[in-house]
Design a binder for this molecule. Sequence first.
Ligand code: ATP
Length: 218
Amino acid sequence: MQGSLGILGGTFDPVHFGHLRLAQEVAGALALNEVRFIPGGTPPHRATPRTSAEHRVAMVKLAIADNPMFHIDERETRRGGLSYTFDTLTELRSEVGAAAPLVLIMGADAFSAFDTWHRWRDIFGLAHIAVAHRPGTALADIKSEALSVEFAQRRVDDAAIIAGAPAGAIVVVPITALDISATAIREAIQAKRNARYLTPAAVIQYIEYNHLFLKEIS
Ligand code: ATP
């Protein structure tokens, strides 16, 4: 049986302990071999994410440097513009082969809007989805009928099912609830409040050195 690869996409503006615990706990629960952090590209004409891809990538690298299971994958920021997760997963699938389990990791807030993603149903043909609880979003409150149906049909509780198939299941992974968001970190820094202990010290140092997040949030 091949090892499973976890994928955590995000804006990481900035990366924080919510992301790191999410990756760590899902990797532990599903016996993943590796988690790839994939920062999204910068949209050409929009204000969000506010920070350049270069800075967001640098912060992820600092945050994961001491964890041999975590790696950064820069394909989306190198591609430029916005990338669809479907396209990224299609590439990853061709790289790992047809049999290796791919696990797309996301918080409940992201999952509750999953049916708005480009070719979302086709994503189940490429990867499993691991959903973790996130303070502020209850999975029971999923509003979309189509997503609720898919969730009910695909949900499994046994990690062995994830390890034994390449794609197609949804598993809910209970993790330590950390009510940390990149938005709250940006707001804290902008308001001159200290953001220590919300993200690793190396990330705080990088933010301070580069004067990130000090400008008015639009
Ligand atoms: P922002 O506040 O700018 O919207 P964010 O903190 O939600 O950012 P993202 O980079 O958008 O961070 O999140 C990437 C992924 O990590 C998403 O799937 C999101 O649900 C998940 N995630 C982020 N923070 C947490 C957290 N504290 N607990 C669980 N999941 C989280």
